[in-house]
Write a protein that binds this ligand. Structure first.
Ligand SMILES: Cc1ncc(COP(=O)(O)O)c(C=O)c1O
Length: 380
């Protein structure tokens, strides 16, 4: 059996281990601690724009806290991009609220500003004003933020940016994660940088971040005994995870370049195969970290996305279909959806290729050779 090529595996730098050792040496084996404070500062200065950051146990926890602070309650409606990972939508359900899904547009694969407006108008006509809009930057590609923010501001609905996959990406020179009233990041094992598991809430409104830290540490009121006037959560990041995160921040710019180099490699490797289409950045306003390199397969030529995925599997190479849209998921059956078929078409034809920043040139060649072999017999 050939060695496994993963879709996206953790890639440690040189400082993570010494940071962990320092935490052991000083016995900061706890939630909170100096590395948590340091990691929050590192992230805030990387993002710029006067951001404040709360380091948390996961991106999902960050999104949950964002919705709580936007006062999302049972029966409220929250608009969410349909084409995404389920963690973008699950916290809506944690609150007993109703997700209203909106389809993607072709250029970025992210929320269509036109369909967003149609959705808002229709919800308003039914007497329901959505409490928040969750927009996602899939695979690192920026959503069309100018138009999304313009629509959201016009209807006075706060935006929560799900930038779980998009740390290091930017739109019009501004880092993703700095546009929404609040934004979330993820550092789980497959992300562009990882703390093994973890996430962060980001906002330029310090009050939100202070409140998030309070809620994430069991909502303890200021008192010598345990006193609570709010429901709390155990959502804080540990000092050990933050020690890893600080080491990862040292190499984040390299990781972005390495992931972008994967995309360029695949694009050049398949230049002779027009049936394999690439989601290029629509204009120079869009800068993607290329967390995952993704392609669309024109199956009119006889080779389907699934044929390629299975062929790669026989070579011990992991690849994945694009995210299955939330409006097609059994768990969200019956939720309102505003769409034009775009995310369904993308899901049918799209494949995520191995994209780790630690992939060797030989590994990328192995992937490309196997995919090219799928088209050998077919006239493209
Ligand atoms: C788009 C998106 N949103 C949210 C999450 C949730 O992040 P976490 O796994 O840190 O909870 C992820 C990744 O897992 C994601 O890809």
């Amino acid at each position: 059996m050939k060695t496994k090529i993963w879709l996206s595996s953790p890639h440690m730098g040189t400082n993570e281990f010494s940071n962990i050792k320092e935490a052991f040496d000083t016995n900061w084996i706890a939630p909170l601690g100096p590395h948590v404070d340091g990691f929050e500062k590192d992230l805030a200065s990387f993002l710029g724009e006067g951001m404040h950051v709360a380091a948390l146990s996961s991106g999902t926890a960050a999104l949950h806290l964002a919705l709580i602070m936007l006062d999302v309650q049972a029966g409220d409606e929250v608009i969410c991009q349909s084409m995404t990972f389920s963690a973008s939508a699950n916290p809506i359900a944690y609150q007993g609220a109703i997700p209203v899904f909106v389809d993607s547009e072709e250029r970025t694969w992210n929320m269509s500003p036109d369909l967003l407006e149609i959705a808002i108008q229709d919800r308003l006509s039914k007497g329901k004003k959505p409490k928040a809009i969750i927009v996602v930057h899939l695979y690192g590609m920026p959503a069309e933020m100018d138009r999304i923010m313009e629509v959201a501001n016009r209807y006075e609905i706060p935006v929560v940016e799900d930038a779980a996959e998009a740390l290091g990406s930017s739109y019009k020179g501004r880092m993703l994660g700095t546009f929404g009233a609040m934004s979330i990041l993820s550092f789980n094992g497959n992300k562009i940088i990882t703390t093994s598991g973890g996430g962060a809430l980001v906002s330029n409104n310090e009050a939100y971040i202070k409140q998030a830290r309070f809620l994430a540490t069991q909502a303890r009121d200021a008192a010598p005994h345990y006193q609570h006037s709010h429901i709390g959560y155990n959502y804080r990041m540990s000092n050990i995870c933050a020690a890893i995160g600080r080491g990862q921040m040292d190499v984040l710019p390299d990781r972005v370049q390495q992931r972008r180099a994967n995309y360029t490699f695949y694009k050049e490797a398949f230049a002779e195969l027009p049936v394999i289409q690439f989601p290029d950045e629509p204009t120079t306003d869009y800068y993607s970290n290329r967390w995952l390199s993704t392609v669309l397969i024109d199956d009119a030529k006889g080779v389907r996305r699934e044929d390629i995925r299975l062929a790669l599997e026989t070579e011990n190479i992991e690849s994945r279909p694009l995210w299955k849209p939330m409006h097609l998921q059994p768990v969200f059956e019956g939720s309102p959806f505003y769409g034009d078929g775009t995310s369904e078409r993308l899901f049918e034809r799209g494949l995520c290729l191995p994209s780790g920043s630690n992939m060797t040139h030989e590994e990328r060649e192995r992937v490309a050779t196997k995919i090219k072999a799928c088209f050998k017999e077919v006239v493209v």
